[in-house]
Design a protein around this ligand. Structure first.
Ligand SMILES: [Zn+2]
Length: 354
């Protein structure tokens, strides 16, 4: 009898165990958080730590700076890396096929005291990372699209306890581009019209600042179809570039239509034709080189407003990236007036091009 009882008990236990196993749900896919990039150099690691502190200070979520793959060849005046990250395929950068790609450069943090643009660029980077991880999107609307994002062009000023507009040498990185009118007018206008305003010092020589050389070389290297520079707090969208349909292979009419579309997408955001200044990006890239250049001035530099700003402009930025402004003719290369090569080179020498 005893033996039969034991047998029955085992039989019941076995049945229960089988039943329990049959009821165990399939394992749920766990979302894997992006991990730190193993190729991070000590300079980038140090930079990301500083950036993380600033994000905390401004009440933002974690930057995830260390999870992006950064390109770095050049340093700021105080030695911080001037970097950009790439979305899309640039492996054919030196081949003719790269000319068919629709390239957008987005730059933020040109003026270090304009806080909101820095986070805005990171919000764009999170968005693009998700988009480029989706094979359907890469085959679809992001096909042949390359986006380069430099979220902090002027780190020296942004990292100060009291951030400033100008760089560590007191020079405005948006008045030092080597425009044709720089030599004759930049200092004249600064001395007379702006009465030596310390916030708008163009420097003693055009293209003298590493933060400007960085932007110039980034544009020369990738010869973009369009550029976006994000600032604050003037609450406007400005366009510099071709206005007719035939310049430099870029369609100025399409570029204007895109401007209007971007404004509509951002609840009718104010479009304003802001004047050119000697040494400004809009002047150098938009006016002189006919690269459609959009300046987005966010409404404020208040870091608490960032979620609101990203929601407002997300669709506009998406449209800008996927919208092809090119006509069916090849783009002309960016003229190389300062004699520096465009081609990528390896190494971290400050003298090497971006
Ligand atoms: Zn600015």
């Amino acid at each position: 009898m005893k033996a039969r009882h034991v047998l029955i008990l085992f039989s019941v236990l076995f049945t229960c165990t089988v039943h329990l196993h049959a009821q165990t749900p399939a394992p749920v896919a766990v979302e894997v958080a992006p991990v730190a990039n193993p190729e991070q150099t000590p300079a980038i690691k140090n930079y990301c730590e500083k950036l993380e502190k600033s994000f905390k200070r401004f009440g933002w979520e974690k930057s995830q700076c260390e999870t992006f793959k950064w390109n770095h060849y050049r340093n700021s005046v105080l030695g911080d890396p001037l970097m950009w990250t790439v979305f899309g395929d640039v492996s054919d950068e030196e081949l003719p096929s790269f000319k068919d790609k629709d390239v957008t450069i987005v730059m933020c943090g040109v003026h270090g005291d304009e806080i909101t643009p820095v986070k805005f660029c990171f919000d764009l980077m999170y968005y693009l990372r998700d988009a480029y991880a989706d094979p359907e999107k890469v085959k679809g609307e992001f096909h042949n699209k390359v986006v380069l994002v430099s979220p902090l062009v002027n780190p020296d000023s942004y990292f100060k306890a009291r951030p400033t507009r100008v760089n560590a040498r007191g020079i405005d990185p948006n008045r030092n581009f080597p425009t044709k009118d720089w030599q004759l007018e930049a200092r004249q206008i600064w001395l007379k019209k702006f009465r030596r305003d310390k916030r708008r010092n163009p420097g003693m020589k055009a293209n003298s600042e590493p933060e400007v050389v960085f932007q110039v070389n980034l544009i020369k290297r990738y010869n973009p179809d369009k550029i976006v520079s994000v600032h604050s707090p003037l609450t406007l969208l400005d366009y510099d570039g071709p206005s007719v349909a035939t310049t430099n292979g870029m369609d100025g009419v399409k570029a204007h239509e895109l401007l209007i579309q971007m404004s509509k997408d951002a609840s009718g955001y104010n479009i304003k034709d802001y004047p050119f200044f000697p040494g400004s990006l809009g002047n150098w890239a938009g006016k002189e080189r006919n690269i459609p250049t959009y300046t987005l001035e966010l409404p404020s530099s208040d870091p608490r407003k960032n979620p609101e700003y990203w929601t407002l402009f997300k669709s506009a930025l998406h449209k800008l990236i996927v919208h092809n402004l090119r006509q069916n003719i090849a783009k002309a290369p960016v003229p190389d007036e300062v004699g520096k090569p465009n081609a990528p080179t390896s190494g971290n020498s400050p003298a090497s091009p971006n």
